[in-house]
Design a protein around this ligand. Structure first.
Ligand SMILES: [Zn+2]
Length: 424
């Protein structure tokens, strides 16, 4: 049915909803334990987000370090991402945003689960929480700020009895507010049938029913449901998602920006506005700068995403990359890597030998899989693994040594471009 990337049909977002991405790498991401982002690194992330086409980012504006970063970002004069602020629900935090020239929108933290209201904030009852949030919102609106309401821990909150009445009040103060659906501990699930407060589709629908139009998914990844819940939000009418690059963030982190970006670009109709090409470069940059290693098998940007070792896979990819590559490596600025290891077959050894000999001899060499020397090299390689002392792939340097041994210096050596006539 499908035999090339061009033939793959794209899926559609229901209702042709125009959806956007808001980055939180510089805010939620930089709160990750053990990660300290320097200003130069934050500016680099900002540049990359601009190249990718990300519409918005949020950051803190509380100390001079944060404020000088915001000034430097604003000095770039980019039309995207929009730089927006963040505040707790108090006057001092909102004032800090108001005093920052160029910041016109603020997201206000409104913790709405009982455990956050009573245990974390130490409030007496839900009404106190409601008053605190409506007053903070009124203050921000009265001072001319655009607003987002960050409804923290919504997937463990009392939605019909507390959240919906609260959101109605917030809407009466700011009808164009963006409501951030914060799946803070990732108790949300992407299923329609699950009851509230867990069902992301049901939450989104409840907001739409009372006239909240702009909804933003902000999903942490504690149960590994970050991407699924974010997409469930989009699919049921949320038009924003708040994401962090490489999923950096507290505990298990946040939904990964590169995953949502690449998924929308490759799989969903109408997302040519995004450019995932810089994601691999930004990943390698951050891994290097932060001494932070992603698992090699991480989706989109892990080192192995275009690496092939087993005989069946390398053979398939050499015939048609569509067989075992989800999208062409250049979509995310990546590179295909063929590895020789314990599960490799003769085809990849032939291919790698050909590459090595081309490089060593400076002429185009064509080898066949049945070449006797290829078989001998494969035997040597398998012996390495049979002894179980070897746990890594065979490096390019080692392959060069095999090439020299079997093709250039031993009694087996024979000019490879005529070799198969003699040795087959
Ligand atoms: Zn968060």
């Amino acid at each position: 049915m499908y035999r090339s990337y061009a033939e793959m049909p794209k899926i559609e977002l229901p209702g042709n909803l125009e959806v956007k991405i808001s980055d939180s790498t510089l805010r939620d991401g930089s709160q990750m334990p053990g990660i300290v982002l320097k200003k130069t690194q934050k500016l680099k992330i900002f540049e990359f987000l601009h190249e990718m086409g990300i519409e918005k980012l949020e950051c803190f504006v509380f100390n001079e370090r944060d404020r000088s970063l915001v000034r430097d970002m604003l000095d770039c004069n980019y039309d995207h991402p929009d730089i927006t602020g963040w505040a707790r629900a108090n006057v001092a935090d909102i004032d800090a945003n108001l005093s920052m020239e160029g910041i016109n929108e603020v997201g206000i933290l409104m913790s709405i689960s009982d455990t956050h209201i009573f245990d974390k904030l130490g409030l007496k009852d839900r009404e106190q929480a409601r008053d605190k949030y409506t007053e903070a919102l009124q203050y921000a609106v009265d001072h001319g700020l655009k607003v987002r309401c960050h409804l923290e821990d919504i997937t463990r909150a009392d939605i019909p009895n507390f959240v919906i009445p609260l959101v109605k009040e917030l809407l009466s103060i700011a009808p164009d507010a963006i409501f951030r659906i914060c799946d803070t501990l990732n108790y949300g699930v992407p299923f329609e049938e699950t009851p509230l407060p867990f069902s992301i589709p049901k939450i989104v629908r409840a907001f739409k029913e009372i006239g909240a139009e702009d909804l933003e998914m902000h999903v942490h990844d504690d149960f590994g449901l970050g991407v699924a819940n974010t997409l469930a939000g989009y699919w049921h009418g949320a038009n924003w998602s708040s994401l962090t690059f490489m999923g950096i963030g507290e505990r298990a982190g946040n939904t990964e920006l590169e995953k949502i970006l690449t998924f929308l670009f490759c799989r969903v109709k109408g997302f040519e506005k995004y450019n995932p090409a810089p994601v691999t470069e930004l990943t390698r940059y951050l891994e290097h700068e932060l001494a932070f290693r992603l698992p090699r098998n991480k989706a989109i940007v892990g080192e192995n995403i275009f690496a092939h070792e087993s005989g069946i896979h390398t053979d398939g990819v050499l015939k048609n990359p569509f067989t075992y590559e989800p999208f062409p490596p250049e979509v995310v600025g990546g590179q295909r890597v063929l590895l020789v290891g314990d599960s490799s077959g003769r085809e990849v050894v032939r291919y790698k030998m050909q590459e090595v000999l081309n490089e060593l001899l400076g002429v185009e060499v064509n080898l066949r899989k049945n070449d006797r020397r290829i078989k001998m090299i494969c035997n040597d390689i398998h012996k390495l693994y049979d002894e179980e002392a070897r746990t890594s792939s065979v490096s390019d340097d080692e392959l060069r040594e095999y090439a020299i041994k079997y093709f250039l210096t031993s009694e087996e050596a024979f000019p490879p471009w005529i070799a198969h006539t003699r040795y087959e």
